[in-house]
Unconditional design. Sequence first.
Length: 104
Amino acid sequence: MYAIVDIAGQQFKVEKGQQIFVHRLEGEEGGNIQFDKVLLLDHEGSIKVGTPVVEGASVSAKIIAHLKGDKVLVFKKKRRKGYQKMNGHRDYLTKIAIEEIVVA
């Protein structure tokens, strides 16, 4: 059983017991969070596709930790002009564990 869920503007394929990193979510570590935007649901081989969401379906997850991702370096250069620019950033992430997929 799996579901495709919209979490913080991104779509993820999730299964029960899976741990994923998503953009920073509101809530405390150890708290539970509910996602209602289930776009597709596969339950024992039968697939339900939402228009745009599957009615009554939801995914519950537990917030494990808030953290920062790896550094991403952005390097710009224009050849033969002497122009070089180095920049970088680290994304704020939340690690969540999928606890349950509720079918309507």
